[in-house]
Design a protein around this ligand. Structure first.
Ligand SMILES: *Cc1c(COP(=O)(O)O)cnc(C)c1O
Length: 415
């Protein structure tokens, strides 16, 4: 018991410390969370167990593109919760068809294969590409090859970590799944050189999120599209984090007017409420999947479909994409002002920014702790990079306030 508690005045952080210590004893240490315990959220704001408010500038790694408790999304979930939540795909439900039709329409595609988590959707796309290679391209059994990019992040399953280039994600988790080759990100010549007769697909993030919001050189996505078309290889775009409005367009591929063969979606598709992911493509690609060859107990459940459908409805107006584009310009301007004042480099697209901090001044983690003290939640990556991805519902004044806090943290860094 602390002195404060002995005197009958609880230490202001006792509730936080209780929850943190409980989590540390009962939860596997697969994350190192910041020392804040959140209890509620509304829009761009969250409140901790002590009643302090924070601007959520991570937004669940873009799973919360529409903010916390968006009224249209919670209404869709609540209405469906009271009606029907799970049927399994052994039967039809009245939510799945409309959701898939409208999602396919939003993507300019024909078919949707619904799953739950992002990693599952990536696994699904890999299976679809291999099956397409076997059935449509005539690739010999067990020879199919998929080209990926260095620095990729596509999830955490055993197959997906097999082609990660991050030692922390891989080491100790072998044996690894064969059939992947990694080439430098942003280098279309290296990619083309890696394609051979057994190549069935290229799997890429149009902007590499976990790598630190790495934006490929202009023309890269178009060049990848051109190589894939010419060599009869599927272009699988992992838009799990970059898609659904984050970058100022519906998909990050839209920035170069590129349509991949397959969109892999997740995160924001579940409205921050339930895990919803999907593989979205054309008849000639997704048509290779037949009954029994792939599935998921929860994939396409009525609750997920109702929420996913409400997300698609929000995106159909283009309002959120336009917001992300306009506010993204504002964010970029504010961050560029900090260049040379603790910021070494800024990469941003829409409301998504990777900020390389001067490692001599502060670590990313230290900056995040200082931002936390000032009421801003953000996440570091790769030592000295800060990642910002506020909900698309953030107000211009709040965005300015966030940038002010970052400026203050950097001005006082090292003190
Ligand atoms: C988050 C993410 C995934 C994995 O999604 P989970 O839902 O965590 O499995 C895959 N690809 C990209 C680009 C991501 O950002």
């Amino acid at each position: 018991m602390t002195t404060a508690e002995a005197h009958g005045t609880p230490h202001p952080d006792s509730t936080t410390r209780h929850h943190v210590s409980l989590a540390e004893t009962a939860t596997a240490h697969n994350y190192s969370p910041l020392p804040v315990v959140l209890a509620s959220g509304q829009g761009a704001w969250v409140t901790d167990v002590e009643g302090r408010r924070y601007l959520d500038c991570l937004a669940g790694y873009s799973a919360l593109n529409f903010g916390h408790a968006h009224p249209r999304l919670t209404a869709a979930a609540q209405e469906q919760l009271a009606r029907l939540t799970l049927t399994s795909r052994a039967f039809h439900n009245d939510r799945l068809g409309p959701f898939c039709r409208d999602l396919a329409d939003l993507a300019g595609m024909d078919l949707v294969l619904p799953m739950n988590t992002g990693a599952e959707a990536v696994e699904t796309a890999i299976k679809v590409a291999r099956k397409w290679g076997a059935d449509r391209k005539g690739v010999a059994p067990d020879r199919a090859d998929i080209i990926v990019a260095d620095g990729n992040f596509h999830g955490r399953t055993t197959t997906i970590v097999s082609f990660s280039t991050d030692p922390v994600a891989r080491d100790g988790f072998g044996p690894f799944t064969p059939g992947f080759r990694s080439v430098p990100y942003g280098d279309s010549a290296a990619l083309e050189a890696a394609v051979d007769e057994n190549t069935v697909a290229v799997l890429l993030e149009p902007v590499q999120g976990e790598a630190g919001v790495v934006i490929p050189p202009p023309g890269y996505l178009q060049a990848v599209r051109e190589v894939c078309s010419r060599k009869n290889v599927l272009f699988l775009a992992d838009e799990i984090q970059s898609g659904l409005g984050r970058t100022g367009t519906t998909f990050a591929c839209d920035a170069e007017g590129v349509t991949p063969d397959v969109y892999i979606l997740g995160k924001a598709l579940g409205g921050g409420i339930v895990p919803v992911s999907a593989v979205v493509s054309r008849h000639d690609v997704l048509g290779v999947i037949r009954p029994g060859s792939h599935g998921s107990t929860f994939g396409g459940n009525p609750l997920a479909a109702a929420v996913g459908h409400a997300v698609v409805e929000l995106l159909r107006s283009g309002e959120y994409q336009a917001r992300a584009a306009a506010l993204g310009e504002r964010l970029r301007g504010r961050l560029e002002d900090l260049t040379g004042r603790g910021v070494v480099a800024v990469r941003s697209r829409g409301l998504w920014a990777g900020i390389d901090l001067d490692p001599a001044l502060t670590t990313g983690r230290q900056a995040c702790l200082r931002l936390l003290d000032r009421g801003v939640l953000a996440k570091d990556t790769h030592g000295s990079t800060l990642r910002l991805a506020p909900p698309l519902v953030i107000e211009p004044g709040q965005l300015d306030w966030m940038c002010d806090q970052l400026g203050e943290v950097l001005a006082r860094a090292g003190t």
